[in-house]
Design a protein. Structure first.
Lengths: 203, 352
């Protein structure tokens, strides 16, 4: 039973679900939910199944942390990539951004965030041990750290550079081509290419 | 010169506050959002038209409900730093007395607002510093989770941003003194000498590093190193621009300790004028909106005359008072404010 002036329970539930998404306010959530109401049955079923299966099918790549449906991702399996060059990013979505720019041909390592005491993230919450393990086992000679250009991203880059200071690898930071405060997800291909070319070594 | 006349409690200050809010997204009266919202309301909407330095109109709008929305010329803007300072305001308000007599926090805020109004890059450094500091303190309070190496990594950011903030504030203090001296703001009679001094342990430390960036960083790092154990004990960073103060000195004496109420009032006005001078010079633009809320009530006729003479030097002035003081002369436009509404303006008639 729903009270007058309120959506029926099931619709209300869907609105609440949409509201949890980033950048979606109450009003937009309502619009989305009502739009879905008018979908044909098979589209709804398709959407539902896709949501249910999402986490069963897509998981992090065992090597780099990128999204994949196979044990390791297509990039890690690709024999034509430069295996000595590793780009460290915060999120798997940033791998997509860099891949779409087609300016990087090495391998990736996804940290799963950045060091951020204000959100309770310390070194153990990122895939840093995995990174060290990779550097021990694989013939990597150069590391590019592409964390975001804000305080947390810079601190994370510094932390990684210090952590790996004893290893015989070149460590550089993606250049300032990426506008301050923005992140890789929203940078265009030309900007990314410039940022990658203009990388600077971390002291 | 626009004059708003009305009895107390009729909404004059609210009007000035609204203009200020469109410029800086903050109030000069309160830092609590709830204080800005009418009783039993959920938010407010504010809009206005300013002119940019080329004289083009800029439409500004803020709506504050559950979240804040900002519009410039009807286009959404997502960061406060992109919205503020479309036009620049300098205030002369009763609370300015606190600049001299109140907490150091108010003087740091005074410096930071004035610098961000005159130097576009400053706000970013200030915000980044604040973020690095908060992060560092959070780590100091949870040393089981955060290793020293992570604190060190944050220190690098804090040092870089801290130096930028510190140098900008020192330069600002220098400029204030230069302005006070050169313009010898006529509010202060010639034989009185007002100056400010930027006080900070960090600046004392950095003094010996003669502005070589690497040297500055190294000295700052040593300072943090030295107080690290103490910082851990207190869960708080002891050194940095967040601990600074700006002391005001009249004829060699600390004003907050030895100044009379009248001297403090005049000094606070003189600081605002110096600030205005700096903002104009750095922006290369005289167009600053002056917000004046009944600060001249306690001045004598001599100081009042000089205050109005300084005010009318080429800016848009929004002045609120209960009655027009004789020293002001006739304002260009006069509005009556009553029960939150504004009368239509009475224009000044050219008599000569
Ligand atoms: Zn992979």
């Amino acid at each position: 039973m729903s009270k007058p002036g309120q959506y029926p329970e099931a619709l209300h539930h869907i609105i609440a679900c949409f509201s949890r998404l980033p950048g979606i306010g109450r009003r937009t959530a309502e619009r989305l939910a009502i739009a879905i109401m008018s979908w044909p049955e098979e589209h709804l079923a398709d959407f539902g199944t896709a949501l249910c299966e999402l986490r069963q099918r897509v998981h992090p790549c065992a090597i780099c942390g990128n999204f994949t449906e196979t044990p390791t991702c297509a990039i890690c399996q690709d024999e034509t990539r430069q295996r000595g060059l590793l780009c460290v990013v915060e999120h798997a979505s940033q791998v997509m951004a860099l891949e779409n720019s087609a300016c990087f041909h090495g391998l990736y390592h996804v940290l799963g965030g950045k060091l951020s005491p204000l959100s309770g993230k310390g070194p153990d919450d990122l895939r840093l041990a995995e990174l060290q393990e990779r550097l021990r086992q694989q013939p990597i000679t150069e590391l590019i750290i592409a964390t975001s250009p804000d305080v947390e991203g810079e601190a994370t880059a510094h932390f990684i550079a210090n952590m790996l200071a004893d290893l015989p690898i070149t460590i550089s930071r993606i250049a300032a081509g990426v506008p301050v405060g923005s992140d890789l997800n929203f940078a265009d291909a030309a900007t990314l290419a410039m940022a990658l070319q203009g990388r600077r070594q971390i002291d | 010169m626009n004059c708003f006349i009305g009895r107390n409690g009729q909404g004059k200050t609210n009007l000035l506050e609204a203009v200020y809010y469109l410029s800086l997204l903050r109030s000069f009266r309160t830092s609590r959002l709830a204080d800005l919202i009418s009783w039993k309301k959920n938010g407010f909407v504010l809009s206005g038209q300013a002119r940019d330095s080329a004289g083009r109109p800029v439409d500004l709008a803020v709506s504050q409900g559950l979240e804040r929305k900002l519009l410039i010329n009807h286009n959404p803007v997502y960061r406060a730093s992109d919205f503020i300072n479309q036009f620049v305001c300098v205030t002369f308000i009763p609370q300015d007395l606190e600049l001299i007599q109140g907490d150091a926090l108010l003087r740091r805020r005074f410096m930071d607002i004035a610098i961000s109004q005159s130097s576009p890059g400053f706000l970013r450094h200030l915000q980044a510093y604040g973020n690095a500091l908060k992060s560092r303190n959070a780590m100091l309070r949870n040393l089981d989770k955060y290793p020293r190496t992570m604190i060190t990594a944050y220190d690098c950011q804090m040092i870089r941003e801290g130096i930028a903030v510190e140098l900008a504030r020192k330069e600002f203090a220098r400029d204030i003194n230069q302005s006070l001296e050169e313009k010898s703001v006529s509010l202060l009679t010639a034989e009185r000498r007002l100056e400010v001094r930027y006080l900070s342990r960090l600046s004392n430390l950095l003094q010996c590093s003669d502005d070589d960036p690497d040297q500055l960083e190294a000295t700052y790092r040593q300072g943090l190193e030295k107080s690290y154990e103490r910082d851990c004990r207190y869960g708080y960073t002891a050194i940095g621009p967040h601990r600074a103060d700006l002391s005001c000195i009249l004829d060699g004496n600390l004003l907050n300790r030895y100044g009379s109420q009248g001297e403090c009032r005049i000094a606070s006005l003189a600081l605002r004028f110096a600030c205005l001078d700096i903002i104009r010079r750095r922006r290369g633009d005289d167009d600053v909106t002056l917000i004046v809320d009944d600060v001249f009530g306690e001045l004598d006729a001599f100081h009042r005359r000089h205050f109005f003479a300084e005010l009318t030097h080429g800016s848009q002035v929004l002045l609120a008072c209960t009655a027009i003081p004789p020293e002001l002369g006739r304002p260009d436009r006069l509005y009556n404010v009553s029960a939150g509404t504004l009368s239509s303006p009475q224009e000044k008639h050219e008599e000569e």
